[in-house]
Design a protein around this ligand. Sequence first.
Ligand code: PLP
Length: 386
Amino acid sequence: MSEGLATRAIHAGELDDAHGSPHTPLYNTTTFKFRSTADLLDVVDGRKPGALYTRYGLNPTIQSLEAKLASLEGAEMAWSFCSGMAAEAALFMAHGRKGIVCLGDAYGGTLELISDQLPLLGIPGHFLLSHALSRLDEVLAKGAELVFLESPTNPTLELFDIRAISRLAHQYGARVAVDNTFASPVNQNPLALGADFVIHSCTKYLGGHSDITAGVLMGSKELLMPVWAWRKNLGSMIAPEVASLLARSIRTLPLRVRRQNATAQVIAEAMQRHPGVGRVFYPGLPDFPGHDLAKKQMKGFGGMLSIEVKGTGEDATRVADRLKLFALAPSLGGVESLVTQPCTTTHHGLTPEERARRGISDTLLRLSVGLEDADDLLADLNQALA
Ligand code: PLP
């Protein structure tokens, strides 16, 4: 990883194409032919690298993407998937069967998978919010083998100390997986902080244009090899067209995310001064509870922030409905700015009491800051809050 991130985002993993294409071409191919059975067996038996069958991941477009993804996080290996949830599911099957501990708030699909579906297969799930973190020892002592967390979390941007949690989990022989979707590899590299796995929903910042659905799991070769067969036989492989689009997006990832960091900081500071706004949740604000930890473990504070509108939940809904540049839509990380009211979207399924326990008020609005001009985004927020 000696080259800078922007250089790696462009050049890492690119194949040396016989026709001189500067980027890996799209091999929109399901199977690859061989000159002889001996050549075929060399690839099948793993003696030689090569293309074989796309669902196995043995497709040059996909392999090139995975080398690029791995270089972004300083990982030895990366497996790409057809969605972020597919990456999580394969990880849980391969490394979570003795039990998974989910720390803090997480994406709704992750919570549902761990709480509703995995127990049907006999896989125990545990949930510890930050104020119960002291119970992590106890759960690990009982044999949970995988700690799963997001940092910063959705939607209150809570931070977890990845280094300290990894150290603790390793004492019990457990592994740590960090969903790094909110931060992106530009702002945080969990493997360098001691985590064993890093996951991204590439549907968000890595894809960056709200036009592809994909996921990735990264880590050491030793830990990723057992995941390969799960991906292959669950059939959760990324499509070559999507892999090619994702590689194209990653080439501008550092440029996009650094601009999103800067605009989010401007908006967070302006919202803090706005009389119609109560609390602002953004790791880049010096008085935000996670600020010091963010300075230690993040390289940038990200493009996601949340605000509490003064008034009622209905007032917050009116603000969300009045925004014009911020489109009312779930998801995040694209070039266009988005707004969601978690109590009506991502956390709608929880009871009001459970939302309150997680610090998610009805007046909370989550903003995903895009690449529009900061002045225009501020003008939009000001007119909606007026
Ligand atoms: N992780 C986070 C933080 C997410 O926000 C999401 C989706 O919103 C996922 C994982 C799941 O990703 P996907 O929709 O690509 O399956």
